[in-house]
Each structure stands twice: as structure tokens, then as C-alpha cells.
Design a binder for this molecule. Structure first.
Ligand code: 13P
Ligand code: SF4
Length: 329
């Protein structure tokens, strides 16, 4: 048995150029009864080999219903954690443990726990982009697909803490008329889109529709024709009569948009700093075919969640899934 060094956060064994990674991944997957789930923000070649590609709500729903022995989550760490919490008896693997999330990082669990303790009587809603330790303090988890409906399902005068995304929280406050108390967190990718550059593009492509994820700043949402989760932006593009779209979310989604609508034009919204690739989530891009192959082959690295945290964190995730099922989401 070889001793696998995981000090880099992934199986760092280089794979011979003669290995056909795609074929081998498919073989290993079958051999081990594994399922590959991928988020829309991963590289196109990861999405193409996955058994299921979706937004964070759909990935959680899939993890819950799969009968596979191994779940490989090609996304970011909190998505793997959510799958593990929902399926504690399965092996949940991620190609690279370093795939974190700037938004989840903006909400340390100890500080969030203190904030919750300072506000007794509040219902605590956390966005799924949080660690299991933050979900431990949470009453209901939401994603961008169901946040509005879940908030609206609560009594009008219910006092609510919403964390960690201030942009999503402000947006939900604005469309529901609630006054939720917001945690001051944000996603580095979605904060960096440039309003000026989007307006320039709109001049150039006068019929283009602007699609924006609610993690974007309010100024960006103000010019959007449609605001929604990654799955919702995709559906809008598919069903719209327009043929050109400026897309203000992580640019990985363009892969599926272009696949579903080969005759439409999708333009990634530019970030303020044109020298960076800031509209790409560096964490999502850590998922590569080689790491995915090694993950399946060596069944590492594996997500683990402390059982006390996991049992408590499962309650708000289940609550989200139950409400979503009732609402047909
Ligand atoms: P979705 O819920 O739309 O998949 O978004 C997840 C995410 O990480 C957004 O940055
Ligand atoms: Fe997290 Fe932002 Fe990456 Fe989404 S795009 S996973 S919120 S860092």
C-alpha cells in the first residue's frame, strides 16, 4: 500500500501523458460506483465528464438522492461538506482541499456564533456558502435559488439574521420588504464587476440582456434584466428571445450556456481590473482532470465533518430541502 502525501491538499502524483484521463475517469467511476457532481463554475472539461452539473441547491439535492458509494464533488469545499453532512455513511471526495470560498471565509464560525448569541430571538438564515461550523449556528440554510421563497415562508414580523453575503441579503430585503440583520460578508469574484464596462458593452450590443447573480453589488443588479442563481440565469438565457447576453457571474457558467444555446452570444461581464481574471473563481478552477483522476484512483482527499457539528448542521440543510421540495424548487 502506498503512502499518499496529502500535504499539498491533493494527491500530488503526476500522471503519465499516455494515460487517457477521460477514459480512465469513466472506468474508475464505474468500478467504484462513484458519482461525479460538478458546479457550473468548474472548467468545461470537468463539467463535461460529470454525471450531474448544477447550482449549489441542485448539487445538495443530488447528493441527498444518489445511491453511489462515492460522491466526488467538483466544486468548492463547502459543497463537499454539505454532501458529507447529508450522506454521512458515504465517502465524499474533493479533487483539491484548497478549493475554499472567499464568501465562506468572510464568516468565521466563532464570530458568527458570537453575533447570533448577541441577538436572541432571531431566526438565523445562512447561505449555503458557509462552513459546517457556521451552519451549526443556523436555523435554515438557503441558496440563491430559494432564498427569496424561504424568507417569504417565514412570518412577516419574524426577526431574521442573514449571513454571510451582504449583497444577497440586501437584495432579498429589497424584494421581500423585510429588514433582515445582515452579516457583512461578500464574494471576491462577484464584488469585482465593473458597472462602467457593463454599460459600455450595453452600448455596443444594444439588444443584449444583462444577467446577474445576486452576490453582485447593488449597482450591478440595478442594470440587470434578470437576477438569479446560476441555474436561473441559464434558464433565462435558454428561454429568452434575445440572442446576446452579458453575464455577471463567474465565467464558467458560459460553458453550459453556450452548450445549451449554440446560436446565442454570451459575453462575460468584465471585472474592474482588466489585467486580472477576477471573473473566474480561482477556487473552482483548482478542479482539474488530473486531480479528479487521482481522487478517484486513490479515494483521497476525503471530506470529514466532526459528528457533533454534522448532526446539528444537518437540521438547517434538511429544513431547506424540505421547504424547497414543498415549494417545488
Ligand atoms: P449558485 O447557488 O447560484 O450555484 O451559486 C453558488 C456560488 O458559489 C455563487 O458564487
Ligand atoms: Fe465562493 Fe465566490 Fe467562488 Fe462562489 S464564486 S465559490 S461565492 S469565492
Amino acid at each position: 500500500m502506498i503512502n499518499i502525501d496529502l500535504s499539498k491538499g491533493f494527491v500530488d502524483i503526476s500522471v503519465s501523458k499516455n494515460v487517457n484521463l477521460k477514459e480512465e475517469i469513466v472506468k474508475l467511476k464505474k468500478e467504484k460506483n462513484a458519482v461525479i457532481l460538478a458546479h457550473y463554475y468548474t472548467e468545461g472539461e470537468i463539467q463535461d465528464i460529470a454525471d450531474f452539473v448544477g447550482d449549489s441547491l441542485a448539487l445538495a439535492q443530488w447528493a441527498k438522492k444518489t445511491s453511489a458509494d462515492i460522491i466526488v464533488m467538483c466544486g468548492v469545499h463547502f459543497m463537499g461538506e454539505t454532501a458529507k453532512i447529508l450522506c454521512p455513511d458515504r465517502k465524499v471526495l474533493v479533487p483539491d482541499m484548497n478549493a475554499g470560498c472567499s464568501l465562506a471565509d468572510s464568516c468565521p464560525a466563532d464570530k458568527f456564533g458570537d453575533f447570533v448569541a448577541q441577538h436572541p430571538g432571531y431566526t438565523v438564515i445562512s447561505y449555503v456558502n458557509t462552513t459546517a461550523a457556521v451552519k451549526y449556528y443556523t436555523d435554515i440554510v438557503v441558496t440563491s435559488s430559494n432564498a427569496r421563497q424561504i424568507v417569504e415562508s417565514l412570518d412577516k414580523d419574524e426577526k431574521i439574521i442573514f449571513g454571510p453575503d451582504r449583497n444577497l441579503g440586501n437584495y432579498i430585503n429589497s424584494i421581500t420588504g423585510r429588514d433582515m440583520l445582515l452579516w457583512d460578508g461578500a464574494c471576491d469574484v462577484h464584488e469585482k464587476f465593473s458597472l462602467e464596462k457593463i454599460l459600455e458593452l450595453k452600448k455596443q450590443y444594444s439588444s443584449a440582456k444583462v444577467l446577474a447573480h445576486p452576490e453582485c453589488k447593488k449597482v450591478i443588479l440595478t442594470v440587470a434584466d434578470h437576477i438569479g442563481s446560476t441555474a436561473s440565469l441559464l434558464n433565462f438565457a435558454v428561454n429568452s428571445d434575445s440572442d446576446t447576453f452579458i453575464v455577471a457571474t463567474e465565467s464558467g457558467i458560459l460553458h453550459e450556456m453556450q452548450k445549451k444555446c449554440p446560436n446565442k452570444t454570451f459575453i462575460p461581464a468584465p471585472p474592474m481590473d482588466s489585467t486580472c481574471a477576477c471573473n473566474e473563481c480561482a477556487f473552482m478552477r483548482l478542479n482539474t482532470l488530473e486531480k479528479l483522476y487521482n481522487t478517484l484512483k486513490y479515494e483521497l482527499p476525503e471530506i470529514t465533518v466532526d459528528s457533533k457539528i454534522s448532526e446539528r448542521a444537518k437540521l438547517p440543510i434538511d429544513r431547506m430541502l424540505d421547504i424547497s421540495a414543498k415549494l417545488g424548487l
